[in-house]
Design a binder for this molecule. Structure first.
Ligand code: SF4
Ligand code: SF4
Length: 431
């Protein structure tokens, strides 16, 4: 237990300089600190190496923004993205910073609903609202954002967001045929050109090879963490693991990989000694579905407060982000971009059709994580995940896997009803 009062650090002068609504943002900062203390620091049997990630949250609106500003002042690009299909390796190869801007907070949704329709995905509304309300320093610091055509809500929001911040769009095909790959490769090349325009210098093949190794290492560290969670008792809570997966989209990649590996060293010791973050009798649940952007901890909190432990996230803030690596054999720029495109094409988002590889992946991760049940999580109005849920459910029924599907948003209104359904699901696992 951390006896010291936890606080997310304030940097009002820097926020003023970023043209933020400082008074309003400061209230959000205080609330984030309180929530974090309640959900994370109250856990007993936490690994000591979580201290780094606590510090990251403490400095998330201060120290980390200062680091990014330093990169920006040196003329390097700072790019905001909303999807794991945007290749961060190219931004890193240009010496820049790539930041995941997806929104996971209900606090910014009213800002979005002043202009966007209410009945679209809360993640899109939350992200847009952060920019519209000027209440996210990451949104304020980026040179431009790069959206994509994965889902209709995002695709059309980029046109509106472009009025507030330069917004470019990568066309992501919805099928994976040879002609789709050809288009995709062209889109990746366009992205590289845009990044080069901003940085004012060309990305060399050696720099790209270095960036591929760097981001692969980050992904490898997250893979290692995932494998350790398969042990019983689980050496780390699902809440802490999700937090690390969220921080992966903000932190400096080299340092992040070092810190995740240090944590994994500690977790390996715990596994050898049979020490867990929870008892071995805890029901083990895998969560599958839509991403959970920071600070969306709703489902993990409900599950773990009900006595379960989450052992895997089949999600873009989870394994979909790091399960695949890019071939490191270098070669010409064209060869590297082709390797990169092939890796990104393996991501199995529900916006593709057909997408049966995701069903297989869910079952594979279920077995690997030694989970005892699957909770499918869809954000409200996310049609592709909500409809693909049918196939996931059928596959789970076919395999006799305890299963629960939840569709929800960021509000706390349905917390009581969800709690009742989760408790019944955990009883089913226990039978
Ligand atoms: S769920 Fe699909 S659209 Fe959303 S971040 Fe993941 S890959 Fe991108
Ligand atoms: S969760 Fe679904 S609706 Fe929301 S942004 Fe992602 S793909 Fe689009």
């Amino acid at each position: 237990m951390n006896a010291k009062k936890f606080e997310v650090a304030a940097c009002p002068e820097m926020w003023e300089g970023l043209d933020m609504d400082v008074a309003r943002f400061d209230k959000a900062r205080l609330m984030l600190g309180e929530t974090y203390e309640k959900l994370f620091l109250s856990q007993t049997r936490r690994p000591e190496k979580m201290a780094y990630f606590d510090d990251m949250i403490s400095g998330i609106f201060g120290g980390r923004i200062k680091e990014i500003l330093t990169v920006k002042k040196s003329g390097k690009p700072v790019v905001g993205t909303f999807c794991v299909y945007i290749p961060e390796e190219i931004v890193v190869a240009a010496g820049g910073v790539c930041i995941g801007l997806c929104g996971g907070s209900p606090g910014s949704i009213p800002d979005a609903e002043k202009i966007l329709p209410r009945n679209i995905c809360p993640m899109v509304k939350s992200a847009y609202g952060f920019k519209a309300g000027r209440i996210c320093p990451y949104f304020q610091v980026v040179d431009f954002v790069y959206g994509e055509t994965t889902c209709d809500a995002k695709k059309k929001t980029w046109e509106i967001l472009d009025r507030l911040v330069p917004t470019h769009v990568m066309e992501i095909p919805q099928m994976k045929r040879a002609r789709d790959r050809a288009l995709w490769l062209e889109e990746v090349k366009d992205f590289k050109t845009k990044v080069e325009e901003i940085s004012g210098s060309a990305v060399s093949k050696d720099n790209l090879a270095g960036a591929v190794r760097l981001i692969n290492n980050k992904r490898r560290a997250l893979q290692r963490l995932t494998k350790l969670r398969a042990n019983n008792p689980a050496p780390i809570s699902g809440r802490d693991a999700l937090l690390i997966e969220q921080i992966a989209f903000y932190d400096e990649p080299e340092r992040f990989a070092v810190k995740v590996n240090e944590l994994c060293d500690e977790l390996e010791d715990r596994v050898k000694e049979g020490r867990g973050a929870v008892g071995a009798e805890c029901p083990r649940v895998m969560v599958s579905g839509t991403p959970m952007a920071l600070p969306n901890w709703k489902i993990h909190n409900l599950l773990e407060s009900a006595g379960a432990v989450v052992v895997n996230e089949e999600s873009c803030i989870g394994t979909r982000y790091f399960k695949d690596l890019i071939a490191e054999d270098g070669g010409s720029m064209d060869e590297q971009l082709a390797n990169l495109t092939d890796r990104y094409m393996r991501i199995d988002c529900s916006c593709f059709t057909p997408n049966d590889e995701r069903v297989d992946q869910v079952l594979k991760e279920y077995r690997q994580s030694k989970a005892q049940g699957i909770l499918h999580y869809s954000l409200q109005f996310c049609h592709t995940y909500n409809i693909e849920e049918i196939k996931i459910r059928e596959a789970c029924e076919g395999e006799g896997i305890p299963y629960l599907a939840i569709e929800t948003d960021y509000s706390a209104e349905d917390a009581g009803q969800l709690q009742t359904r989760i408790e019944a699901f955990l009883e089913q696992i226990g039978d």
